[in-house]
Design a protein around this ligand. Structure first.
Ligand code: AMP
Length: 360
């Protein structure tokens, strides 16, 4: 079976690493000459709107999936004429736009921060009165790793901020005084079968994920699964979907969803029976889903900007290096390490050893 992937970054690369043992081949559509997934399959180097190359991709593969959500809607619509595309155009339309996403959560009875659609500075001034400060202004689309957003703490922060974010459609959200951030990686097959991985506790720095620790018997697991299940059903979703939640007042508020494999699920490569990457491929290919059970105690640490010396990383017991083969650049995710340990105390010790190798 040949899988077409829109995007050829590290997520595409890790999909191919997981799918190759299942007998799958891969083709990646990505305009970047140095797309790091290209080492693992065919690289169609073209823009996402290039219909000749989209047609070529559709002709060559059995199905198409994505490694990022900001794919133009026309690209998905065009491909869907010729080849099955998972997740669906509708799932992408909702997940790529914070207004559609939060409105869907609200319709499904899933708690969210207070939010308002912002089309102008006047909208922002009015919404700040209703929602109050502090608040967070985020572009509705194309934001990632904390980009395209600003925390507003004082009235002075509000003035001219709409223009500062590019005078594009935004969402204003009430600031959530969360006690923690957790994510749930879910997978749903073509037949509707749904499985969930254990909740992951995430630590961010400047909006970029640094550390994910998989939980054991998290008290909010059932609630997180309930909320996520509503979304999966509503979207008739196929594939892996990541849910990011704020932990607040002993409950959860939904932050966002990502219609793809997710950075906070990277620990599953060594830490779960079947990784998020393999399960995504199983789901979109209509194959039986794999077990989402955790093996041991697991965590993932991102390498941002540069990967520490390989020999030092792999010298740490229980540590597995994932190097994306990307050029080093400030703020860019260039690799990660996963840890899988026998108990939590050992995991905490080994996390410290990996952290000591990361330059700050
Ligand atoms: P996002 O791109 O929406 O995931 O936001 C990136 C990070 O900013 C989140 O992981 C939080 O740490 C923080 N953040 C986003 N929205 C809020 C909010 N409404 N209240 C408090 N912190 C937030």
């Amino acid at each position: 079976m040949k899988i077409g992937v829109i995007g050829g970054g590290q997520l595409g690369r890790m999909l191919a690493l997981a799918g190759t043992p299942l007998g799958m081949n891969f083709a990646f559509l990505d305009p970047a000459p140095d797309a790091c997934a290209a080492a693992l399959g065919e690289h169609l180097r073209a823009d996402y709107g290039d219909q000749d190359h989209l047609r070529q991709l559709a002709d060559e593969v059995d199905l198409v999936t994505f490694e990022f959500e900001s794919v133009p809607a026309e690209t998905v619509a065009f491909l869907s004429q010729f080849v099955p595309v998972y997740p669906s155009a509708e799932a992408l339309r909702i997940a790529r736009d914070r207004w559609f996403e939060k409105s869907m959560f609200k319709d499904l009875g899933i708690p969210t921060p207070a939010f308002a659609d912002i089309q102008s500075q006047a909208d922002l001034d009015a919404a700040v009165v209703t929602i109050g400060l502090p608040a967070v202004l985020k572009t509705r689309t194309l934001g990632y790793d904390g980009k395209g957003q600003k925390v507003l703490r004082t009235p002075a922060d509000v003035a001219d901020t709409f223009a500062e974010l590019g005078s594009v459609a935004c969402l204003l959200e009430g600031f959530v005084p969360f006690t923690g951030e957790v994510s749930l990686i879910a997978v749903r097959g073509r037949d509707g079968e749904t499985r969930f991985y254990p909740l992951v506790h995430n630590t961010h720095d400047n909006g970029i994920l640094r550390l994910s620790i998989a939980s054991t018997d998290h008290p909010l697991q059932a609630l997180a699964e309930d909320y996520a299940g509503r979304v999966l059903k509503k979207l008739d979703y196929v594939g892996v979907l990541a849910f990011e939640y704020f932990e607040v007042d002993g409950g959860l508020k939904a932050n966002e969803i990502a219609p793809r494999v997710h950075n906070s699920g990277h620990w599953t490569t060594e830490g779960a029976e079947c990784s998020q990457f393999e399960n995504h491929l199983r789901a979109v290919a209509g194959l039986p889903l794999g077990s989402t059970a955790k093996i041991g105690e697991s965590a993932m640490l991102n390498f941002i900007g540069e990967v520490p010396a390989v020999d030092k990383v792999i010298a740490i017991d229980d540590c597995h290096l994932h190097h994306y083969g990307k050029a080093f650049k400030v703020g860019r995710k260039v690799g990660h390490a996963t840890l899988r340990c026998v108990d939590r105390a050992t995991l905490d010790q080994q996390i410290k050893k990996v952290e000591a190798l990361i330059k700050t």
